[in-house]
Design a protein around this ligand. Structure first.
Ligand SMILES: [Zn+2]
Length: 265
């Protein structure tokens, strides 16, 4: 397993991205200061964990990755399909834009997002030197947010999808993801004939495969190189926050991606 540990922080990275000039990590819950139920490396604000804990946890993640906190670009994740192509960091006391996919070609920017079961998707185009992070739960998947992100890579940076590397990170696995009829219907509307491959009946209830759904969307966008971490957050709540498995009383883990500053420019 591609895990790394530094100052008691433990994080996952995509093996297929390793040879590239990138700083990348999806952080487990280890090595932070938050008490239960957010223990310990919670990156989520407005979920009850005191703000000073969240700020210290973020500082630790950025320090381990060798990035300045001031280089952050993050957004207010709202389960939509809005994409932001950014060429500057978010001011630390500035407002968050609402979006669920963020892209940049600037090595001085550090992309950052927060998760607890929803799917983190990392994108990297080594030809155009562009990176992106996408947040896709069932709503973002139905709205095809990863499609929108690839479309924006083409529009903003002239990427060719065939050059893009994609990584589908730790998130809730099909086994642990029963969904109701409303979700089943939306998946059927969004995916048509392919919906059957994404939904499986287990004990009389449909379970949704978010990894397969987003892999399919990437393939339909022309992306050929896709790595799936295959790590279920609900199976591994010692390591990951899981909104479902912990019944909403949990934190958010951080995902960080940046172009290395001496690597490209
Ligand atoms: Zn599981």
């Amino acid at each position: 397993m591609p895990f790394h540990e530094s100052n008691s922080l433990r994080y996952f990275s995509f093996e297929s991205f390793e040879p590239q000039k990138l700083t990348q990590g999806i952080f487990t819950r280890h090595g932070g200061v938050s008490p239960e139920p957010w223990g310990t490396l919670n990156q989520g604000g407005s979920i009850g964990d005191p703000r000073e804990n969240v700020i210290e946890n973020r500082r630790r993640v950025f320090a381990v990755m060798g990035r300045k906190v001031e280089s952050i670009f993050d957004v207010w994740q709202v389960h939509g399909n809005t994409v932001v192509c950014t060429d500057q960091p978010r001011e630390l006391d500035g407002l968050h834009q609402k979006a669920d996919a963020i892209l940049t070609d600037r090595a001085e920017i550090t992309l950052f997002m927060r998760f607890a079961d929803c799917v983190p998707i990392f994108l990297y185009d080594p030809a155009r030197k562009v990176i992106g992070i996408v947040h896709a739960g069932w709503q973002g998947t139905v709205k095809k947010v990863v499609h929108s992100a690839i479309d924006s890579m083409v529009e903003c940076y002239q990427s060719n999808p065939a050059d893009v590397l994609a990584g589908i990170g730790p998130s809730i696995g099909q086994e642990h993801y029963p969904v109701g009829e409303e979700v089943v219907q939306k998946i059927q509307e969004a995916f048509g004939a392919d919906a059957g491959d994404l939904l499986e009946l287990q004990g009389g209830q449909h379970h949704l495969d978010l990894w397969a759904a987003n892999r399919l969307l990437l393939e339909q966008s022309g992306v050929r190189q896709i790595e799936v971490a295959g790590i279920c957050t609900a199976c591994n709540t010692r390591d990951w926050y899981s909104y479902r498995a912990e019944k909403g009383k949990t934190g958010r883990f951080g995902a960080i991606l940046a172009l290395q500053q001496n690597g490209h420019r």
